[in-house]
Ligand binder design. Sequence first.
Ligand SMILES: [Zn+2]
Ligand SMILES: [Zn+2]
Ligand SMILES: [Zn+2]
Ligand SMILES: [Zn+2]
Ligand SMILES: [Zn+2]
Ligand SMILES: [Zn+2]
Length: 345
Amino acid sequence: MPADRKKRKGRPGKITKKNPYPNEYDYLRQKTWKGCQCDGECDPDCCPCQKDGKQCGRSCSCPASCRHRIRHTCGCIGKLCDASCSCFKAGYACGGRCGCECGHLHLREFPQTEVRESQTLGAGQGLFAKEEIPKGTIIGLMEGTPIRHGEQSSFNMFDLAADVALECRKEGVYFVNEKKNKDSNAVFKYIESSRRREVVLFAKKRIKKAEELSAQYTSPSATPGCVYPADTGDYILAKPDPDVDELWVGKVTGTKGRKLVQVAWLLRKEDVDRYLPSRIVMKLKEDMRDGELIMTKNWDDEFTRDYIVQTVFVEERKPEGQLHKNTWWWTRTYNKKTKTVRGKY
Ligand SMILES: [Zn+2]
Ligand SMILES: [Zn+2]
Ligand SMILES: [Zn+2]
Ligand SMILES: [Zn+2]
Ligand SMILES: [Zn+2]
Ligand SMILES: [Zn+2]
């Protein structure tokens, strides 16, 4: 079951004569993620931008003379703007009046990156810089389709507006793995472009060639993200004993209220030595592959969500192609009661 996302919603600000744009920058209180299609000067009674309590932007079709339009130009001359540009900081792509060479944000050429095996535990694939990326560089756009999310969330959806999420296409910056803000080298940000509201990734520090990119997903509503509490069917990394520096892989098999989760454990190659009878370990050690996990039966635990470190990707079949240590999958099950291993890899 997809997770409930009520937490992110807030009430839209009240539109008054004095404050006609109370929701400017409060992206998830807005209903729209694309400009209005008004013919002439926007009318507060029917223009969706005005009803949303925000200014008209780059993708609105109202005339430049519309008094609700932002009039933002940067002073950058003859270059591609980066995160230090005043347009970017204000949350807008550059427009025709800017002196830079940005053009349309969604048509821009971004630094070269490649998708390969992540260095993050259990993360599967990740995105790496193929060239050095200077601090502030816009690394790429999240591509996808805006859809009504119906209060459900998933790894593939980034919030775009109150009821709308971007269903991300599995390419480019989609492969950026999550790290908390303090440990990551990149940041997601909303930018209003001539196409629609975009989710862009930019370098918050200098990124070396071959370095893996990372950014925080779950964040306050001013920056893009997806709220995704672990739910039934998800795989997690947990630290069940706060005093022992040991991570366990588990599958959430159920939840009780908001706090408790039931988890079935999976054993990594390095775990089987310690937790399985030696006659089984001998056999397993011979043919257990890199990245293979052994699902357990009759070995569940119940604990609070506080012990969950993060959600991870685990395939329930042998992945195609090359097997890696950080691409996790399982096909065999160890039954704790009968002390036997079942299944084939
Ligand atoms: Zn307008
Ligand atoms: Zn309008
Ligand atoms: Zn508008
Ligand atoms: Zn520019
Ligand atoms: Zn600029
Ligand atoms: Zn500009």
